[in-house]
Design a protein around this ligand. Structure first.
Ligand code: ZN
Length: 76
């Protein structure tokens, strides 16, 4: 998966088989694998934001959903 900060390639949705441009960043953390301040990110297009959020949400992993613009502006 591309980092949201990689400037060399288009930022593509993380949903399986989706090639749409990502507009959302889903920040998540699996407490069994990651320290509490660690953030993994998934990218989502408009169509998949809900689906991917739910996937992470039901597992209790989802921490934050922000636009890609906001994410990059936050410098993470
Ligand atoms: Zn998508």
């Amino acid at each position: 998966m591309n980092s949201p900060n990689s400037a060399d390639s288009a930022v593509i949705c993380s949903a399986k088989g989706c090639r749409a441009a990502a507009v959302w960043v889903l920040a998540w953390n699996n407490p069994k694998l990651h320290t509490p301040d660690r953030r993994k990110t998934w990218l989502a297009c408009d169509a998949h934001r809900e689906h991917l959020s739910q996937f992470l949400g039901v597992r209790g992993f989802l921490k934050d959903v922000v636009t890609l613009e906001e994410w990059e502006a936050s410098g993470r």
